[in-house]
Design a protein around this ligand. Structure first.
Ligand code: THU
Length: 137
């Protein structure tokens, strides 16, 4: 799948985000090595800390279905009900979750709001010197 198309799925996934507290809707679309795509929106909680970001929702959906190999994730976010912001980058916790399942050198993170405004960043550039499974081998 083209990255522009993956980003479009992330933009659409924002529609299903549950954001009564921040009113900031994020969507993510995760592309597996086998071509399958899992989407997610952020899910907030009245107690705040149980809130889960869109990226982790997408990862946990995929991992819980048995997926273990991933190629890229697209992320889009902004005020709920409005057009996405030009660039929203994954939070540190989500970067760490990516580090668990992806090789920092070849997992792509696609940021932007449309095919015309799209940036591709490697996980290793988003999370330099990251700690991951290799450290415990
Ligand atoms: N959020 C995400 O879903 N992904 C990110 O990469 C950044 C932040 C969510 C968490 C919370 O529901 C809202 O955006 C405001 O922080």
């Amino acid at each position: 799948m083209e990255y522009a198309q993956l980003l479009e799925l992330a933009v659409r996934a924002r529609d299903k985000a549950y954001t009564p507290y921040s009113d900031f809707a994020v969507g993510a679309a995760l592309l597996c090595e086998d071509g399958a795509v899992y989407t997610g929106g952020n899910i907030e909680n009245a107690a705040f800390t149980p809130t889960v970001c869109a990226e982790r929702v997408a990862f946990f959906k995929a991992v819980s279905e048995g997926k273990r190999a991933f190629k890229a994730i697209a992320v889009a976010g902004g005020k709920a009900g409005a057009q996405p912001d030009p660039l929203v980058a994954p939070c540190g916790v989500c970067r760490q979750v990516m580090m668990e399942f992806c090789r920092a050198g070849d997992f792509d993170i696609i940021l932007g709001d449309s095919a015309e405004n799209m940036k591709v960043v490697r996980l290793g550039d988003m999370l330099p010197l990251g700690f991951g499974p290799d450290n415990l081998r």
